[in-house]
Design a protein around this ligand. Sequence first.
Ligand code: NDP
Length: 264
Amino acid sequence: MSFQVEGKVAVVTGGSSGIGLAAVEILVAEGAKVAWCGRDEERLNASKHYILEKFPHANIFTKACNVLKKEEVQQFAKDVKLNLGNVDMLINNAGQGRVSNFENTQDEDWMKEIELKYFSVLHPVRAFLDDLKQSANASITNVNSLLALQPEPHMIATSSARAALLNLTHSLAHEFTQYGVRVNSILLGMVESAQWKRRYETRSDLNLSWEEWTGNIAKNRGIPMQRLGRPEEPARALVFLASPLASYTTGSAIDVSGGFNKHL
Ligand code: NDP
């Protein structure tokens, strides 16, 4: 069964690498028109070339945009509409985590983390909501973390901001049913990313392959599936929730953590 997104317009924030790029690739392969952004122009261009090399006829639009800058996001939304048409699916993926405990998290760090987790969602939602209201299959899908339900002291600010985002996602889902806009999220465990690749390059034991090295991390952290997730795994969950296949699902969160969740 296909994701039924052919001809629909999708926006992926932070689509220039990792999970976002994997979601872009699935959407393009399924025949959707896809727009994505990131801050770094070079990374954005590389992602565009990667997609066009695989799918020369892809209907895509990319633009450098920082999701924390309201005006840039509003302009991005206008440009998306002009280039691809009215948006049907918004995937809020842009962001990163912060490793720090209470002792070494300053007030400014808290403010930054809260700003990132709230406004990386609020700015795009504001900018695209009017368009989404006009779609017959509208959805907003937020990338969130298992930290929202299972906080870790070494990521104290990210954990609590993630909990707030889960709460916010639920409220938006309920408020937006009147507009026919579904709002869901995915809860990630640990997924292979550029950050992990960089750490692998500087590993102490050069004999370890990528699979062995990441497998050891997963085992040490107690991930039951004993490996990290691959970007396409959360990306498939994202595309499912964004797609008409999830037409009766709103206010929901899919766990993509290899069984790392400790709650029922
Ligand atoms: P990557 O670093 O590979 O991708 C992050 C993407 O977001 C990049 O395209 C980056 O581009 C973009 N981005 C970051 N900040 C902004 C911004 N302010 N405005 C616009 N674009 C931005 O990370 P992942 O694919 O691993 O992560 C994707 C999401 O999943 C993130 O929100 C992350 O916090 C979350 N997550 C990831 C986990 C993991 O284990 N990998 C675990 C839990 C959550 P650029 O830097 O050029 O702007």
